[in-house]
Design a protein around this ligand. Sequence first.
Ligand code: HEC
Length: 177
Amino acid sequence: MRASGALMVAAALIVQVSACGARGTARDNAVEPTGPNTVAPKSELSLRDYMVHVLQHNALELWDWTSHEIDETGHKVTAPQDEQEWEEAESAALTVVELLTPLYSMSVGRDDAAWSAGLEKVRAAANEAAAAALAQDYEAFVTASDKVDMACVSCHYVFAPQIEDPALKNFYMGKQQ
Ligand code: HEC
């Protein structure tokens, strides 16, 4: 399925390129405004696939900047080291913020006020992490990134308790303000 889709895209591109060559100028192929947009793509992922392949995947990019590793030389922290790495950490946080948006919609989300409240907690924490990265404040960045984790897990305790450890429920839910 995927391969044939890619081939079709490739074929379409070749047709477009040759059409472009045949007609001569780029102006012939210019896209003009034609009226209201009627394309409204919807995610085809299940909620679980969205969580695993999209949201968690990108949250890991954020948490990678706060992970602690112990090696033979002692304690090693993977904190951003320079301007570029801080910017990557900020981007990771902002990506998590933006990826929450589709989860508010009813096609993937749940029609429940607690659902949006759960998303708002993750959003606030991830925005806080982005601000801390912008300020290059590692302590604040770690605190905010931990809050993201807390907010993810506490929503699971409400809407998917089977995926979290019941023994840790009080620890996670108790820390939510
Ligand atoms: C608004 C509530 C909510 C928030 C916030 C939320 N999740 Fe989820 N998450 C769910 C629900 C519900 C499921 C179960 C989906 C299913 O299996 O159908 C789930 C499932 C998952 C799973 C799959 C786990 C498994 O074993 O099946 C992962 C991984 C995950 N979420 C990661 C995250 C991460 C990371 C965050 C925060 C960045 C997050 N989630 C925030 C509601 C939420």
